[in-house]
Design a protein around this ligand. Structure first.
Ligand SMILES: [Cu+2]
Length: 333
């Protein structure tokens, strides 16, 4: 086969691939809270952190990546055309050029520093959680998730994947297989939700693309993250740390509902919207859950009044302390 014929076949294949790619992009309208068949790019944002992540990806990373790819491609084509054996029969003999080496070292450093400015801003946005309106304790198990609302007194419940046959029974599309759960996490719209994430056996990870969530669930440790869902809806994510044979079967479903509906849901679970004290909450308050760990978050958001007496008290003297004090005791030991 001649070079020309091969070239024609090559460009034909490229055009076909492009057409298929474009057709795939427009296969169906983009969905919020779940993947879209054939779509390319990030899922639509439904929370401020994800919006910032989109901005970072679309406005900073993609232009830089595209520019670098085109630049390298251009250089490559130039070298191939201009310096092949036919066009350049007598090659140059030099092997170093200090100026060029300085440029290709300094310019990438400047590009990385530029990216890092925006990257750190996003990282700080994740770290600087606003005052939480709600705390949900999330525990990864082989192979399901457990959710608990310590401040509302909603005891821990297990969220399992909805079996394939159950989807049709509930009138859900088959696309939601391995995304839909039988007992979702429920949160009110517009609330700052703090997630305290841990695991009971091996490492799992909470990931929900529409909110920009991804946090490891590590046994013996509590990791903290947050989100605020801007609009009601049903949002889907999955465990994102290979955790065993059923790793692909432990989805995360978060239902974002109006506040009144959330209050009704809490009541249906035997909880109450009035925050409970340490003594009343069945599994301890959010502060207790945090204080019970030795991880980095152990002292965050635990009030100083709660921490101080426990730190000073000898072991066994906790009975005389204010109600919240036992919460801090494990952290002080
Ligand atoms: Cu997993």
């Amino acid at each position: 086969m001649g070079t020309r014929a091969r070239g024609l076949i090559g460009s034909g294949a490229a055009a076909l691939a492009l057409a298929l790619f474009a057709a795939g992009c427009n296969a169906e309208p983009e969905r919020v809270g779940q993947p879209t068949n054939g779509a390319v790019g990030l899922q639509p944002a439904a929370a401020p952190l994800k919006e910032q992540a989109h901005l970072f990806h679309d406005a900073i990373l993609m232009p830089i990546i595209t520019f670098i790819c085109l630049l390298v491609l251009g250089l490559l084509v130039w070298i191939v055309v201009r310096y092949n054996k036919k066009s350049n029969p007598v090659p140059a003999k030099w092997s170093h050029n200090t100026l060029v080496e300085v440029i290709w070292t300094v310019v990438p450093v400047l590009i990385l520093v530029f990216i890092s400015l925006f990257s750190f801003r996003l990282l700080f946005a994740y770290h600087d959680m606003p005052e939480p309106d709600l705390t949900v304790k999330v525990t990864g198990n082989q192979w399901n998730w457990a959710y608990e609302y310590p401040d509302q007194g909603v005891p821990e419940y297990i969220s399992n994947m909805l079996p394939e046959e159950e989807l049709a029974a509930r009138g859900l599309p088959h696309d939601l297989y391995r995304l839909a759960a039988d007992e979702p996490m429920v949160v009110p719209v517009g609330a700052n939700v703090r997630l305290l994430v841990t695991a009971a056996d091996v490492i799992h990870a909470v990931a929900l693309p529409a909110f920009g969530l991804k946090t490891d669930a590590v046994p013996g440790r509590v990791n903290e993250t947050w989100f605020r869902a801007d609009r009601p809806g049903v949002y889907y994510g999955q465990c994102s740390e290979l955790c065993g044979v059923d790793h692909a079967f432990m989805p995360i479903q978060i239902n974002v509902v109006p506040r009144a509906e959330f209050a009704a849901w809490v009541a249906s679970r035997g909880g109450s919207m009035t925050p409970r004290s340490a003594a009343q909450a069945p599994g301890g308050t959010a502060a207790q859950i945090e204080a019970g760990t030795t991880g980095a978050v152990a002292s965050r958001n635990v009030s100083s009044e709660a921490m101080a007496p426990a730190a000073a008290a000898p072991v066994g003297a906790t009975a005389d302390l204010p109600e919240a004090a036992p919460a801090a005791a494990p952290a002080a030991q």
